[in-house]
Design a binder for this molecule. Structure first.
Ligand code: ADP
Ligand code: MG
Length: 260
């Protein structure tokens, strides 16, 4: 397929009438969404609503069956392998399960965020360039963990591990961060802290964040905008400021009734 040129002035992310299914089952149906630079979008919806599938479409881990995805001006479906790799390096991904190497230190885990671009085997902190080590510590400082940099990740709390994962993503200098239920396995206090850190980074650095969450209260407290998926369809897309948890649930239940 021919590569399309990047279009300047595109939103960071644009989904147009995106449909996706697996084995004949529709998972996303006609989803359209524009995300401008610097916005923190909470993607809410119950388990199975299609949140992870949507996030995977954004960085080309899945390709849509219908409609189009444009991420940072690129269409993942029309990208060559190398261009897709380059695109993914511009998109940070934070997972529920952190994805850290437990026996390595916080600092080593953060440094691993550079491997996608360095593409060299690295053994130990000192094998990374000095400038990179300095940046890695700065990112750990931003998530409040500079003093834990030499601690093994498997001895950190869940919330601390997720903050290390955020710092690792920052080392990539992402233009967009996708977070798939980043706080689903954390206690309430740690959840709030991780989301506050993501929100601050988004605001300070002008990085767009699309963060799936299943707790509506957390979405309302953190996000600029709340997008709700239900049964693969987008049933709500509104600024968080005008929403209450009650209203969100009401819209949800009405959409559910419509689904039959
Ligand atoms: P959520 O993240 O909101 O819980 P998902 O996007 O993970 O929802 O899943 C939506 C639906 O798509 C589920 O029914 C799930 O079983 C199905 N699904 C997701 N990924 C795959 C896959 N790779 N193969 C088959 N079915 C999948
Ligand atoms: Mg999911």
């Amino acid at each position: 397929m021919a590569e399309e040129p990047a279009v300047i002035g595109d939103p960071v992310l644009r989904l147009s009438e995106v449909g996706k299914g697996f084995h004949g089952t529709t998972v996303l149906d006609g989803v359209s969404l524009d995300v401008p630079q610097g916005q923190f979008v909470a993607l809410v919806g119950p388990s199975g609503a299609g949140k992870s599938t949507l996030l995977r479409l954004v960085n080309g881990m899945h390709l849509p069956d219908s409609g189009t995805v444009r991420t940072l001006g690129e269409n993942p479906a029309a990208c060559s392998r190398s261009r897709l790799r380059a695109l993914r390096a511009r998109v940070g991904f934070v997972f529920q399960q952190f994805g850290l190497v437990g026996r390595l230190s916080a600092l080593e885990n953060v440094l691993m965020g550079s491997l996608a671009t360095l593409r060299l085997p690295r053994y130990g902190v000192m094998s990374y360039p000095r400038a990179l080590r300095i940046r890695a510590v700065e990112h750990l400082d931003r998530v409040g963990l500079a003093d834990r940099r030499f601690q093994r990740c498997d001895t950190l709390s869940g919330g601390q591990q997720q903050r290390v994962a955020v710092a690792r993503t920052l080392l990539q200098s992402p233009e967009l961060i996708l977070a798939d239920e980043p706080v689903a396995s954390l206690d309430p206090a740690a959840s709030v802290l991780v989301l506050e850190i993501l929100k601050r980074i988004s605001a300070e650095d002008g990085i767009s964040v699309v963060c799936s969450l299943h707790q509506m209260e957390l979405a309302l407290a953190t996000a600029d905008r709340v997008v709700a998926l239900r049964g693969g369809r987008l049933v709500l897309d509104e600024p968080a400021a005008g929403l209450t948890a009650e209203r969100l649930r009401e819209i949800y239940d009405t959409a559910g009734a419509r689904d039959g």
